[in-house]
Design a binder for this molecule. Structure first.
Ligand code: DAH
Length: 352
């Protein structure tokens, strides 16, 4: 039986040399360590061996079993390692290949203009105040001195929200950033009702009007509103601030002029023009032969509006202004059609 066990061991170890994959290994295990393998037959027959020989045979049989099991384990690990090496070989990276260029996004031209405006006013001590896009009729019109049937409300055909809102105060997508003036003043003045702090803010944001879309009008556009309120603010502060803004925005040489105008929430009201920087004031198609470009509306905050914001018009005064960011961007970059801004056309966007 010893000779038999030696032969079993030798044959099994020899056969194992030929095993090259998992399936063959499993077949080997069944053949040499399985229930009906020659080795297991030896275990089955051990009872027939004489009492004296039995312990030695049993010991040797167990030895062979352990040897074969250990060899199986080793072979399994070796197969695993070589499979891994093969897969590493297959997935080898050539680190010397040139990389793929990552396409960089760009800043939208209107965002560029907005950022420039923020910087200029930040340098002059204005903070940014963000106000809501969805307003009540009260804030968008009434508190700004537009009475319910004021003709100025016709100019701004509005998007009212469908829903169960009071008839005299429906919700509306803001048609301008001016309602933020009331929100800001009310927030500031509620903190110190007896002695409200001065205000010096700009209010940027999207506005919405029900327009026929054309080269000049979009239904959605940005405005930057400005508001300064304090105890001795005069029209010359307005002129100085806005002329300085124009010079920082369009160049130190640029001339400005103020024309009388009308807005319900300012008194007096004006519009500021800058000298046409396309033709230098000579007259061209951009300035429609006038030599001037209209940039913004402005004025001294109407006493009623100050009052509505919680500021006593006997003590406080202020100026306000509002400008269309798309219009200014069109002038800066000579863009002829406002619809480009929302067209998502890469040929347009990659120019900035
Ligand atoms: N809200 C005005 C508009 O949308 C623009 C404007 C004009 C804002 C004069 C102001 C201002 O603050 O003082 O047309």
């Amino acid at each position: 039986m010893f000779t038999q066990l030696n032969a079993i061991e030798r044959a099994a170890l020899e056969a194992l040399q030929a095993v090259q994959d998992e399936a063959a290994l499993e077949a080997w295990r069944v053949a040499h360590l399985g229930r009906s393998s020659p080795l297991m037959k030896v275990f089955d027959e051990i009872g027939k061996v004489s009492k004296e020989e039995r312990p030695a045979i049993g010991k040797r049989a167990n030895e062979v079993r352990h040897t074969l099991e250990a060899a199986l384990g080793e072979r399994q690990e070796a197969l695993r390692q070589s499979a891994l090496a093969r897969s590493l070989d297959l997935e080898r990276l050539d680190v010397t290949l040139p990389g793929r260029r990552i396409a960089l996004g760009r800043v939208h031209p209107v965002t560029r203009t907005l950022r420039l405006i923020y910087r200029i006013f930040a340098d002059m001590g204005f903070q940014i105040y963000r106000s809501r896009d969805v307003e009540t009729d009260e804030y968008n019109f009434q508190l700004l001195n537009f009475p319910p049937h004021h003709p100025a409300r016709e100019m701004q055909d509005s998007y009212y929200l469908a829903g169960d809102y009071p008839e005299d105060n429906p919700l509306v997508l803001r048609t301008h950033t001016s309602p933020g003036q009331i929100r800001a003043m009310r927030e500031y003045s509620s903190q110190h009702p007896q002695n409200p702090p001065p205000v010096r803010i700009i209010l940027p944001g999207m506005c919405y009007r029900y327009e026929q879309v054309s080269a000049r009008y979009e239904i959605q556009f940005n405005q930057v509103e400005g508001l300064a309120v304090g105890k001795r603010i005069t029209f010359s502060d307005l002129k100085g601030t806005l002329s300085d803004f124009a010079r920082r925005m369009f160049g130190q040489q640029v001339q400005t002029r103020f024309r009388a105008s009308h807005f319900p929430f300012t008194e007096p009201s004006a519009e500021m023009d800058v000298e046409c920087f396309v033709c230098g004031g000579e007259g061209c198609t951009v300035c429609k032969r006038t030599g001037w470009l209209e940039i913004l509306g402005c004025g001294m905050v109407h006493p009623t509006v100050l009052q509505n914001g919680g500021y006593d018009p006997e003590v406080y005064s202020g100026f306000a202004f509002g400008m269309g960011t798309e219009r200014i961007t069109m002038l800066r970059y000579r863009i002829e059609d406002i619809r480009y801004f929302w067209s998502n056309d890469m040929r347009f966007l990659t120019q900035f």
